[in-house]
Design a protein around this ligand. Structure first.
Ligand code: UDP
Ligand code: MG
Length: 139
C-alpha cells in the first residue's frame, strides 16, 4: 500500500446508529477516495490481534469487547498525506476533546465508542490494510 493511503474502520457505534453513509460521505467530501471496502464483524481473536499494540493498556479488554459487539466497515482510503489528513478529519480520540466539525465530534458516543478508527502512521496503515484486504482486493 502506497504512503498516500490510510486505513479506517467505522466502529460498531457508527454502524449501529445508522451513520455509515453519513460518515463515508464526510470522507469523500474531504477528498478521500475509497480503494477497498468491506462490511464485516470482528471475532474476539481478530480484535485482540488488530489491537495487540494496546494489549498492556487498561482499556484493552473493554476495547476488544466493544469492537466485537457489532458490524464494522473496513476501508482503505487514498489522498495526499492520507494518514495525517485523515487524523485531522476524525479529530481527537476523546470526542469531548475533538475539534468542532470533526467526525468524532459529530458522531462519537464516548472515548471508547468513538465512531471511527484511523491509522497513526504509514507503516500501520499498510499493516492494518493488509489485515482485512489482500493486494487483489485493493483498487
Ligand atoms: N480507547 C479507549 N479508552 C481510552 C483510550 C482509547 O477505549 O482511554 C479506545 C478507543 O476506541 C480508541 C482505541 O482505543 O480509538 C485506540 O486508542 P488510540 O490511543 O490508538 O486512539 P486513536 O488512535 O483511535 O485516536
Ligand atoms: Mg491509534
Amino acid at each position: 500500500m502506497a504512503t498516500n493511503r490510510t486505513f479506517t474502520m467505522l466502529k460498531p457505534d457508527a454502524t449501529g446508529a445508522g451513520n455509515t453513509g453519513k460518515i463515508i460521505d464526510r470522507m469523500i467530501e474531504a477528498g478521500f477516495s475509497i480503494k477497498a471496502m468491506k462490511w464485516t464483524q470482528l471475532s474476539k481473536a481478530h480484535a485482540e490481534a488488530f489491537y495487540a499494540v494496546h494489549s498492556e493498556r487498561p482499556f484493552y479488554g473493554e476495547l476488544v469487547e466493544y469492537m466485537t459487539s457489532g458490524p464494522i466497515v473496513a476501508m482503505i482510503l487514498e489522498k495526499d498525506d492520507a494518514v495525517a489528513s485523515f487524523r485531522d478529519l476524525i479529530g481527537a480520540t476523546n470526542p469531548a476533546e475533538a475539534a468542532p466539525g470533526t467526525i468524532r465530534a459529530d458522531f462519537a458516543e464516548s472515548i471508547s465508542a468513538n465512531a471511527v478508527h484511523g491509522s497513526d502512521s504509514d507503516e500501520n496503515a499498510q499493516i492494518e490494510g493488509r489485515f482485512y484486504f489482500s493486494e487483489c482486493e485493493e483498487a
